[in-house]
Ligand binder design. Structure first.
Ligand SMILES: C[S@@+](CC[C@H](N)C(=O)[O-])C[C@H]1O[C@@H](n2cnc3c(N)ncnc32)[C@H](O)[C@@H]1O
Length: 267
């Protein structure tokens, strides 16, 4: 199972959707107290920025929230229409809607059970959730000011189709705010896809060190969550997926085998 996590992007494409469905159903089953609202590796500031102010209930998810904050804080999203593709368990959607006050925020994910979870779990004004696939977005042309995408694009069967679809649903001058992990050897191909979809690059930042610092600070919390919630047989693969200290996923980030990049891309 840990090998499946490590080799996800090399799995046959037809397996990807069922695998995500299974993953979300498993999380819903074992996390009955809804303790896991994020599924990303997190971000820690390394240049002495003031500490992000969070209300009490959000402190537990600080590092995952900081990744979302890094992604949106370079854009003026207040009062605007936002779509998130691959919103997972909705923690980032809830954070941005509560703290940045967009006019509306739609969280979209391929997994019905994650959307059911989000619809039951969150009650935030302006925030809604919808099931859909990244490669064929169920939205009209020119309907959003911003599309948010955190640690999800790498999973898609057709990343080019995703970029084209985001370009289509964004209003003129709208922006795609994206962060994801990537193998250094894949970067060139990633840029070629962006160029093909006509996006202009506004920011491009290697945040690998920020992600490693976040994983180091958040590892104990992640391990505890997995040790107390997950059945013993799944713990090792969950820890690999969560990038806790000592796992191949953490080591790959720490040793530069995997990088983590963030982008602001303009239509
Ligand atoms: C690693 S999780 C990240 C979730 C969330 N962005 C976060 O940071 O907590 C990746 C998410 O992308 C979703 N996903 C995978 N393939 C997708 C697709 N083709 N279309 C839409 N969502 C997809 C998965 O179901 C999962 O919720």
């Amino acid at each position: 199972m840990s090998r499946i996590v490590e080799k996800y992007a090399e799995l046959p494409k037809p397996l990807r959707k069922p695998l995500w469905q299974w993953w979300h159903r498993t999380m819903n089953k074992y996390d009955s107290e809804n303790a896991a609202n994020f599924m990303n590796y997190g971000y820690e500031s390394l240049n002495g920025d003031p500490r992000l102010e969070l209300v009490n209930g959000d402190e537990t998810d600080r590092y995952c929230i900081q990744l979302y904050d890094h992604v949106v804080n370079r854009a003026d999203v207040a009062g605007k229409k936002l779509l998130e593709v691959g919103s997972g368990r909705g923690g980032g959607a809830s954070y941005i809607t509560r703290y940045y006050k967009p006019e509306s925020y739609v969280g979209m994910d391929i997994s019905e059970s994650s959307i059911d979870f989000c619809n039951e779990h969150y009650n935030v004004e302006g925030l809604s959730f919808k099931c859909g696939v990244a490669e064929k977005l169920p939205f009209e042309d020119n309907s959003f000011d911003f599309v948010v995408n955190v640690e999800s694009a790498r999973c898609y069967n057709d990343m080019q189709a995703f970029f084209n679809e985001v370009y289509r649903v964004l209003k003129p001058d709208g922006k795609l705010l994206l962060a994801d992990m990537i193998y250094p050897k894949e970067l060139e191909e990633f840029h070629a896809r962006l160029d093909k979809s006509k996006f202009k690059k506004v920011h491009e930042t290697n945040i690998s060190k920020n992600v490693v610092a976040a994983l180091e600070k958040d590892s104990e919390r992640r391990e505890h969550l997995i040790d107390t919630k997950a059945p013993r047989i799944l713990r090792k693969s969950f820890k690999t997926f969560a990038g806790t200290l000592g796992t191949s996923r953490y080591n790959n980030f720490a040793n530069g085998i995997f990088e983590y990049w963030s982008f602001v891309l303009e239509k």
